[in-house]
Design a protein around this ligand. Sequence first.
Ligand code: PLP
Length: 400
Amino acid sequence: MSAQSTHQTEYPTTEKDATTESPWERRAIIDLANVRENVKRVAELVAPAAIMGIVKADGYGHGAVAVGRAALQAGATWLGCAHVSEALKLRVAGIEAPLLAWLHTPGTSFAAGIAANIDLAVSGWELEHVAAAATEAAQPARVHLKIDTGLGRNGSTPEDWEKLLGAAARYQEEGLMRVVGVFSHLAVADEPERPETDDQLEAFNQAIALAEDAGFDFEVRHIANTPAILSRPDSHYDMVRLGLGMYGLSPFPGESPETYGLRPAMKLVSRIANVKKVPAGHGVGYGLRYHTTEETYLGLVPMGYADGVPRGAMNAPVSINGTIYPVRGTIAMDQFVVDLGPDIDPEKILGSEVILFGGDGPSATEWADATGSINYEIVTRISPRVPRQLVEGTWGESGE
Ligand SMILES: *Cc1c(COP(=O)(O)O)cnc(C)c1O
């Protein structure tokens, strides 16, 4: 050994190595076994309808490629994304299953999408762009026509529907596209007592009838999202679009995923970075919006809004060594504080695991409730600074 090598510590020399930090300090543990179980559970519920696993927004923050593969292994036969660019990433990763992308702008790479065999949703203006792209790609596009049955986002209005059908039929005759699907999206399926879902299904049936009268023969008719999958068997048609439920979360306030046999797939954990004793009346965090009520220990957790932990989630619960503590004070960019009370052993707690949600800790829904949001947002917003650790049914053993 040279004199040098005995006292030099190696350090990362590439950007990739430098950013692949140890997941010891913070990580989102993604249990792909739970994703598979959730897909199988929903497959039982919706059979004979097919499942499109929705992996937009990097799989609701869980990792689109890993979750997409797990979903396909468990029986999903399609994957769906908002953007063509998201679907292209799945193709690049080697996923060959049918893919649908539904949210476009005039700058969308329709030709690349067609060349990569990505099905394209069309609400109106896209039709001409898709036809031109099919010419450019020298390949017919596969199209799903979207009807707005009441949500007021994308989709043809019922007024424009027959015009869209006519134009699509002409392009189909010219060989520029094959219309393989018809679909819509529900607005209030997470509130099963509301009447508008009935109205939307009625409007969907009318749109399908008009299209079939016009000679279209669809491979897939689809409208159900997770809440409709769980509450409206009459919405399943030929295929359901499974997002939230695949990640093991419940779309219904006050009903746990376990009610439906679903298991959360993300566990967000960190470690206690500092512990110290402070007197009663000590302020905590920017704005000093919390003051201790007694002499107590404050624990510092090295995760903040740069990690996607919502800044407004004051009083959200975390679990440390099996005890629940509320977040105290304002969550900062990189860190937040919990009041551990006077009775802890500071040496034991430094470095202890902190579960924000998932596993046997609090739920993403509790974090949503603390910040006036929904569990969809809580998992999806976890930022790229948090390493994702993929496991197979082993997140109880999150040790090192
Ligand atoms: C996100 C999305 C879904 C999935 O909804 P979940 O409630 O998460 O199941 C389905 N369809 C469309 C069009 C979507 O944008």
